[in-house]
Write a protein that binds this ligand. Structure first.
Ligand SMILES: NC(=O)c1ccc[n+]([C@@H]2O[C@H](COP(=O)([O-])OP(=O)(O)OC[C@H]3O[C@@H](n4cnc5c(N)ncnc54)[C@H](OP(=O)(O)O)[C@@H]3O)[C@@H](O)[C@H]2O)c1
Length: 241
């Protein structure tokens, strides 16, 4: 593990302003990481970050829209200059535009633009962060991609084309980077948090946020998951793609 000036390992979490990303960032800070909370608008994380800092935890909100290569570059420069290393990357930021009020679940009507926007955040966002952060990772570094069962071929249904394809792509890039980074001792896994009560999941969802982040944290930090790479997990169990 690398150490920041306060002697803490460094974690980067995308989409840390709310939902699963916010809770993951807090849980990692409580576990002793210095957490760089990446948010589209830092003001959305400022209050939460301040509360955590006042409680003695080490967090740092930074502005990053994962759809912007320039913003990813800029934060990478900061992390490189400030810490020189990253131990953990959680690619959590995601959108589900087809489930929004303006969206449609119909694959015959969804616009190419909406599908491409979804891809650019959910899949290419993870790719941008991996390409940026891996040069700062050492052996033992972990990458956790927050995916979805909706991207598994075995769970495919005839709706939500863009979201499903973006998560299938995320699963694909998880497998490719796991192979590519094996020789460097960096692990890469995908996780389905289940259907969780967040803004995205809605009030009817089955799980609370604590249940939703359990496998994310398990892959990110547990000894049990050490060395596991190239897998898709739900409820701490390895599932077929
Ligand atoms: N909730 C579920 O049932 C469920 C199920 C399976 C998978 N997931 C996955 O879990 C992850 C987190 O979902 P959630 O339920 O916590 O959703 P959420 O409450 O809607 O939060 C989404 C987060 O992603 C951020 N985000 C969106 N676009 C971004 C961008 N371009 N750049 C940076 N951040 C961006 C949002 O930031 P802003 O605040 O700026 O919008 C927010 O912090 C997603 O990848 C989602 O696909 C969720």
């Amino acid at each position: 593990m690398s150490l920041n000036p306060d002697g803490l390992p460094v974690a980067v979490v995308t989409g840390a302003s709310r939902g699963l990303g916010k809770a993951t960032a807090e849980a990692l800070a409580r576990q002793g990481y210095h957490v760089i909370m990446l948010c589209r608008d830092v003001r959305d994380a400022a209050e939460h970050a301040m509360g955590l800092s006042h409680a003695g935890f080490s967090v740092e909100p930074r502005k990053v829209d994962v759809a912007s290569s320039a913003e990813v570059s800029s934060v990478t420069k900061h992390i490189t200059e400030e810490y020189g290393q990253v131990d953990l990357l959680v690619n959590n930021a995601g959108v589900f535009l087809e489930a929004s009020a303006e969206g449609t679940d119909d694959p015959l009507r969804v616009s190419v633009t909406a599908v491409m926007q979804t891809f650019n955040v959910n899949a290419m966002g993870a790719m941008r962060l991996i390409q940026a952060v891996v040069p700062l990772m050492r052996e033992g570094g972990r990458i956790v991609n927050v995916s979805s069962g909706m991207g598994r071929f075995s769970e495919i249904e005839g709706n939500y084309l863009g979201y499903r394809m973006s998560k299938t792509a995320m699963n694909g890039l998880t497998a490719v980077y796991a192979e590519a980074l094996q020789s460097r001792g960096i692990t890469v896994n995908a996780v389905c948090p289940g259907w969780v009560r967040t803004d995205m999941g809605g009030a009817q969802a089955e799980r609370d946020i604590a249940e939703g982040i359990d496998t994310i944290l398990w892959l990110a930090t547990s000894d049990e998951a050490t060395g596991a790479s190239g897998g898709f997990y739900r409820d701490r169990k390895l599932l077929p793609w």
